[in-house]
Design a protein around this ligand. Structure first.
Ligand code: HEC
Length: 212
């Protein structure tokens, strides 16, 4: 009898355990999916229509598309965008771009700036000499801008892209940003950017990812 009941119990226990495991996997999948969709950044505006600074530097977690450097020292001490530029795209729009090669409704591209590192003894051209060589290394964060493409939100903007700047200064960045007039931002993007007002010519990740 003992032997028999043990034999009956074993598969029952195994089944229960398998059930628990499957349930566990389903639950943890759901929890993961849930938290992923919850943590997805959605642009928020205040009553005046200004964009709120995204919380927790969320853009720094987004795919990186490219970077460049325009040091003050090579721009008469006043680079228009000082000095390293780091560009990220939101993850959903990145996935969409890789499939379609277009910037979808709701695309957000963030550009953050850092100063070049210039501790005492910087070279004349603003470069520094570090263990890996002489060049322009990253100093502290110094500015943040965002552009959002949305027909729904910005039906009258060129290409439906709206441009916001949270300041060209050290952190903390401004808590809110006004939509910039076309002449301030969009005009230059329209005139010189390679692809739908985005400067893909400077972003290797976008050029590589675009379906041929
Ligand atoms: C004189 C031309 C010019 C003006 C004016 C300009 N930009 Fe740009 N912008 C660029 C260039 C060039 C890039 C490519 C990356 C870089 O150089 O930083 C760029 C890139 C960007 C990006 C990354 C996405 C993209 O389209 O490539 C954002 C976001 C951005 N600019 C925001 C702004 C905002 C906000 C303003 C207005 C306050 C502005 N820009 C004004 C030339 C300009």
């Amino acid at each position: 009898m003992k032997f028999n009941s043990a034999r009956i119990q074993t598969p029952a226990i195994t089944l229960t355990m398998a059930g628990a495991l499957i349930a566990g996997v389903l639950i943890s999948d759901r929890v993961l999916a849930q938290s992923a969709s919850d943590s997805r950044y959605k642009p928020q505006h205040n009553a005046k229509g200004e964009l709120l600074l995204p919380k927790d530097h969320v853009w720094r977690d987004w795919p990186f598309v490219g970077g460049l450097v325009t040091p003050n020292a090579l721009n008469d001490g006043k680079a228009p965008f000082p000095e390293h530029h780091i560009v990220h795209i939101d993850p959903e729009s990145w996935a969409h771009y890789k499939k379609t090669g277009v910037f979808r409704e709701g695309t957000i591209i963030a550009k953050e700036l850092t100063r070049v590192r210039a501790p005492d003894g910087a070279n004349k051209d603003g470069s520094t000499t570090e263990v890996s060589g002489t060049g322009y290394f990253m100093g502290d964060y110094s500015g943040f801008e965002i552009t959002i493409k949305s027909k729904k939100l910005y039906p009258n903007e060129p290409g439906n892209w709206a441009y916001y700047t949270f300041g060209h200064h050290a952190e903390p960045y401004s808590a809110t940003a006004k939509k910039q007039p076309v002449e301030a931002c969009a005009a230059c993007h329209t005139a010189s950017a390679a692809e739908d007002m985005v400067f893909s010519q400077f972003y290797p990740a976008l050029r590589e990812a675009k379906p041929k």
